[in-house]
Design a protein around this ligand. Structure first.
Ligand code: C5P
Length: 221
């Protein structure tokens, strides 16, 4: 039996990966499946929370009892997160947000021209939603959680990132070509701004989600 320890709480979870369009048919994207974010949304609902799930390009079916908002790009994700966060107790940024987007969008499909070199793609920075929410909390007691996928020096990079983003908890996992992306399992360490370190052994993404909610519920009390 799940304790309804998030009853009366509004939690916002972002999931999936943004796609930054180059033209009507092409985009820059990433390998995030959205499964970890969906596991967070499902488990929060089971613990009694009102859940707003902001999803980017997952193609996953809507979880029961969860409000789903669909977005495509990082800029759209930011708008949706800021709106939902205004009355949220918790914001969890599980989505893989593109750090950069193409500077220009071609209204028509970009064509290859015979005998000509391709045009370079110029990128500009996207807003850092997690850093922005952490710095400018619409409610001071709000708990903000980020995710970080690292390929090396996982813990040291995680600590630096936690401090830079200003969030309360950072879920750090090691990624590689065959690790994490699209899989049903995850292995992570949850770093707390209070110096805490909670290892979560390899297992279902649901189990990691439950650990995140345990740590969040503790901070809400
Ligand atoms: O800096 P990095 O992309 O590794 O940080 C990952 C964390 O920051 C994730 O929680 C992700 O959702 C969030 N993020 C964000 N806006 C960005 C880039 C990342 O909110 N532009």
């Amino acid at each position: 039996v799940t304790e309804p320890d998030l009853a009366g709480r509004h939690v916002v979870v972002s999931a999936g990966g943004t796609r930054e369009p180059l033209d009507p048919v092409r985009f820059l994207g990433n390998r995030s499946s959205g499964k970890q974010g969906y596991a967070l949304a499902r488990t929060a609902a089971a613990r009694g929370a009102r859940v707003t799930l902001i999803e980017a390009n997952t193609g996953l079916p809507d979880p029961a009892g969860v409000d789903v908002v669909r977005v495509g790009t990082a800029v759209q994700l930011r708008e949706a997160v800021l709106k939902a966060a205004s009355d949220a107790d918790v914001v969890v940024m599980a989505a893989a947000v593109a750090d950069f987007r193409p500077e220009t969008y071609a209204a028509g499909k970009i064509k290859k021209k015979d005998g000509q070199e391709p045009e370079p793609i110029v990128l500009v920075r996207n807003p850092d939603i997690l850093a922005e929410i952490s710095a400018d909390r619409p409610r001071p007691e709000q708990v903000v959680v980020g995710f970080a996928a690292e390929t090396d020096d996982v813990l040291a990079n995680g600590r630096t990132k936690l401090a830079r983003k200003g969030c309360d908890l950072l879920v750090v996992n090691e990624v590689g070509e065959r690790k994490t992306f699209g899989s049903e399992e995850n292995e992570a360490v949850v770093l707390g701004a209070d110096g805490s370190e909670t290892p979560v052994p390899y297992g279902p993404k649901e189990a990691l989600a439950e650990t995140v909610w345990d740590l969040v519920a503790h901070r809400l009390r």
